[in-house]
Design a binder for this molecule. Structure first.
Ligand code: SPV
Ligand code: MG
Length: 436
């Protein structure tokens, strides 16, 4: 019997409504007046996948479903805030969260409901193959160039700070795509992938001196794109000759990459983390600005970002030079500025950010904290940084592990002793599930 006095709460994130959703909504509505907590775009993007439809659109869809009284925002995966605010008699959910990564969320719901005598009602979760296929189709859609490309820009508008982790193969791409941690009712994932020149070169056993040609770099990127949906930022080295760069930037844009970062060096490029230990030449402001302007003019969409990377601090040319270049590159059309440093102490990075932000409050700022790695993301955000790139950590963590396994087998002349260092055969066989 319908009991209008009771109140019911459910949480939704979905942008693809199917019969499974409407059927649980009907069951919930039979228990009383139904409020839906709709997860905001930022939460959905950090726990599941980037929402195809924006929050406002998803709210409109849910509001139009029979049995839904109102839709309110839910700002975290945790229900606690909304439960304490609305004090529903019942929370309704499928029983699929009894185990798995949502279990802590469920435990907290039970605890908060107990504070005022509310009740959790769980209905059996039915997996319908068609619904699973529908979700897979949405994911595939997210990997399509036109949809993937604009996502970095959207994320920058949605979040104060976007994080990217290095990927140099399909497998490392999957790690960036899928790694999730749940902490205090919040999930965290990396927002984007960084296709590093250092890591792509290293994976191929080559030095990071702009030796890999574009076709080789594109092969890696294509391999990553094939199995992921997150936006990709490409390390474009110096961008090469301007006459070539105008073609190459269009290729990157057409592939569905979201941004390229080019550095203001010229001649034989060496990795920045060598600093002044090796000979490196910085481009003139005029030349590099002309390259930026030409690159921007070649683009066909508004979605793709051309980010200019300043090497003045790396090459010890001073703060004034770095700032002068930053403002010149923005004037030339750069969509973002990356400031690099190889000092452990973040003082010069902070000084640059503070001084840049005094004059420019909008252009996205990018940092690569390989050396100044003690700074937290919150601190970077406070300094006005918008993108943090962890540029080489899968390569640097994977290589020592592989080397150790190789040495252990050699030493013992058998593989038994290396087994503890390895994932099980069962795990490796099922690590990549067949999806077709
Ligand atoms: C890369 O990852 O290739 C970079 C960043 O360009 S750095 O290695 O710090 O120069
Ligand atoms: Mg590089």
């Amino acid at each position: 019997m319908i009991n209008q006095k009771k109140t019911v709460y459910m949480c939704f994130s979905t942008d693809v409504i199917h019969g499974g959703h409407t059927s649980i909504i009907q069951k919930a509505a039979e228990l009383g007046d139904l409020t839906i907590g709709m997860l905001t775009d930022e939460v959905v993007a950090s726990y599941k996948r980037f929402p195809i439809l924006k929050y406002e659109e998803r709210v409109k869809i849910l509001e139009s479903i029979k049995g839904v009284s109102r839709v309110v925002p839910q700002n975290t995966l945790s229900y606690a805030e909304n439960l304490r605010k609305y004090k529903p008699d019942y929370v309704v959910h499928g029983d699929d969260w009894v185990t798995g990564f949502q279990k802590p969320i469920r435990d907290e719901v039970i605890k908060v409901l107990a504070e005022y005598g509310g009740q959790l009602i769980e209905f059996p979760y039915s997996t319908n193959e068609d619904y699973v296929k529908l979700e897979l189709t949405q994911r595939e859609l997210l990997s399509m160039p036109d949809i993937r490309r604009g996502r970095l820009k959207k994320l920058l508008a949605m979040k104060p700070l976007v994080t990217a982790l290095e990927a140099h193969s399909g497998l490392t791409g999957l790690i960036v795509e899928k790694t999730t941690v749940l902490e205090e009712g919040k999930t965290r994932q990396f927002d984007a992938m960084w296709c590093s020149s250092l890591c792509d070169s290293t994976a191929r056993g080559k030095p990071d001196i702009e030796l890999l040609n574009l076709s080789t770099r594109l092969r890696t990127i294509d391999e990553i794109m094939d199995v992921t949906t997150k936006p990709i930022i490409v390390d474009g080295d110096t961008g090469g000759q301007t006459e070539h760069f105008v073609y190459n930037i269009r290729t990157l844009e057409r592939m569905g990459i979201s941004a390229v970062i080019i550095e203001d060096k010229t001649g034989l490029k060496k990795n920045s983390l060598f600093g002044t230990e090796v000979e490196q030449t910085q481009d003139t402001i005029e030349n590099f600005s002309a390259k930026i302007a030409a690159g921007k003019a070649a683009l066909k969409t508004d979605d793709f970002l051309l980010i200019a990377r300043i090497e003045s601090l790396i090459l010890e040319r001073g703060m004034e030079d770095a700032l002068t270049r930053a403002f010149a590159y923005v004037d030339a059309g750069a969509d973002g500025i990356m400031i690099h440093s190889r000092k452990k102490d973040p003082a010069e990075i902070f000084e640059f950010c503070d001084k840049f932000r005094k004059k420019n409050t909008t252009t996205p700022l990018v940092v690569v904290p390989t050396s100044f790695n003690s700074v937290t993301e919150d601190e970077f955000a406070r300094r006005g940084v918008n993108i943090v790139i962890y540029a080489n950590h899968l390569t640097r963590s994977g290589f020592p592990a592989m080397k150790k396994a190789a040495e252990t087998i050699l030493k013992h002349r058998r593989a038994k002793e290396a087994d503890d260092m390895c994932m099980s055969i069962k795990e490796i066989l099922t690590l990549i599930p067949e999806e077709y």
